[in-house]
Write a protein that binds this ligand. Structure first.
Ligand code: TRP
Length: 436
């Protein structure tokens, strides 16, 4: 079964080398694996929680989009979008908000940290805390559950949020699923790699420590200047140096093959000057980042190209989000009114739009098939051939029960020229009828 992997980056700033090594590079590598379907997005609704400078948010989301693309993301292979282009996400956020217990949000790390800081300063506990900050884990749960992601690669600080997403998913499934699981329960994936890159001073590379190496910002010059500021020990040229534990070496490792790593260590032990070592590090990083920086500059000069890519991504994302949200709305009692049931049942039946029909049959090749026809007889869906009639029957039952959600796995093909939404709508209608 395909594994859905989803991750978002909050669009409040400029990315640094640590973001590239820890998040972007491994995410793109994973998106190229077989059996993985990746969802990458700019978390720009999240940005509003931390930042009230519109220009900064606008610039950051463009930069982060360009960075993903420049780093080699193939938008045809993944679903790549801006959170704020998917209105289904805030809508789902509200449905989830209504089943999330306040007590659990009180325990969220980001909120608790704000409260602790306030109390330490003798302020009111909630001073400066917005409802956005407070409810942030619910928005994040919606990001994840909207696309039924199995795996969410995140830093350790985000693990609690994934657990909260699981909890709220379970509660929603339990309250409204009537035996159905609307949501996959996501798992956090914390790679050692996500934490690994040290900054200039040896602590974890982070904006808040002011120890970052910029990724593209400022060009090769800024890269060189940052590397010059990496803290080393005071051993002189010619003196043997212990490479292990040096931030400079760990950063080098992130861009080097095992052979290059061994050679660099050997040179340091043989007395290579730190200044020389910094030049090696610069060359090593620049050989990989330089070509990306050129693509980045090209993309930043053409925001309209990025926009077009994101619009396509949003269309792909919404084609998945809209049918699920329609089901969720119905499950909580927000479906459209339709003609009166029971009393006028007979009349109603005649008035109802005729449903599509599954037909099962056997071909001359001896195999069993099924197809789905619209009420007017036109073809919507065609199955492959099965050895056993029972197998065909089971798929028909499952499609009726689960609707479009089963399509990914079912051995079927959409009729040529038919819009995916039309098929989804037909299956949703059948599913609704099935559930009575
Ligand atoms: N909150 C995450 C962070 O600050 C970003 C994010 C938002 C995210 N929505 C997400 C990450 C969904 C993974 C999945 O790092």
């Amino acid at each position: 079964m395909t594994q859905r992997v989803l991750t978002g980056i909050t669009t409040t700033g400029t990315l640094h080398l640590g973001n590239y090594v820890g998040a972007i590079r491994p995410a793109i590598a994973a998106s190229r694996e077989a059996g993985v379907e990746s969802f990458f997005f700019m978390a720009d609704y999240h940005a509003l929680i931390k930042c009230d400078e519109p220009d900064r948010i606008a610039r950051s989301r463009l930069e982060i989009a360009a960075t993903w693309l420049a780093a080699g993301l193939d938008p045809a292979r993944v679903v790549f979008y801006r959170q704020s282009d998917i209105p289904e996400i805030p809508e789902l956020t509200w449905l989830l908000t209504c089943v999330t217990s306040k007590g659990q949000m009180n325990r969220a790390h980001a909120y608790k940290a704000a409260v602790d800081a306030n109390l330490a300063e003798g302020e009111d506990a909630d001073a400066g805390v917005t409802m956005g900050l407070y409810s942030y884990p619910i928005l994040m749960a919606a990001d994840i559950l909207m696309f039924n992601a199995h795996r969410v690669p995140v830093g350790k600080d985000q693990v609690q949020h994934i657990e909260m997403a699981r909890d709220v998913a379970q509660r929603f499934n339990h309250l409204f699923g009537r035996g159905r699981e609307f949501f996959v329960l996501p798992e956090a994936q914390t790679d050692a790699e996500m934490e690994l890159l040290p900054g200039l001073d040896g602590r974890k590379m982070s904006k808040s420590y002011d120890n970052v190496v910029p990724l593209f910002e400022g060009g090769a010059k800024a890269l060189r200047e940052a590397i010059a500021r990496i803290v080393t020990d005071s051993r002189l040229p010619g003196e043997p140096k212990e490479p292990e534990g040096q931030a400079l070496v760990t950063i080098f490792d992130a861009f080097a093959t095992p052979e290059q790593r061994a050679a660099f260590r050997a040179e340091l032990r043989a007395g290579l000057a730190w200044g020389e070592a910094k030049q090696r590090l610069f060359d090593q990083i620049e050989s990989q980042i330089g070509p990306m920086r050129a693509r980045y500059a090209e993309l930043m000069a053409h925001p309209e190209k990025i926009e077009a890519i994101l619009q396509e991504g949003a269309a792909k994302a919404r084609a998945l989000a809209a049918p699920l949200l329609a089901e969720l709305r119905a499950a909580v009692g927000l479906s459209r009114f339709s003609a009166v049931p029971q009393a006028a049942a007979k009349v109603v039946k005649a008035d109802k739009p005729a449903l599509p029909v599954f037909k099962q049959y056997r071909e001359a090749d001896g195999r069993f098939y099924f197809k789905l026809n619209a009420a007017d007889g036109s073809l919507l869906l065609q199955s492959e051939g099965f050895e056993a009639g029972r197998e065909a029957g089971q798929w028909v039952a499952r499609l009726k029960r689960e609707g479009a959600a089963a399509l990914d796995q079912a051995p079927v093909q959409r009729a040529e020229g038919l819009a995916p939404e039309a098929l989804q709508a037909a299956l949703a209608a059948l599913q609704e009828a099935e559930q009575g």
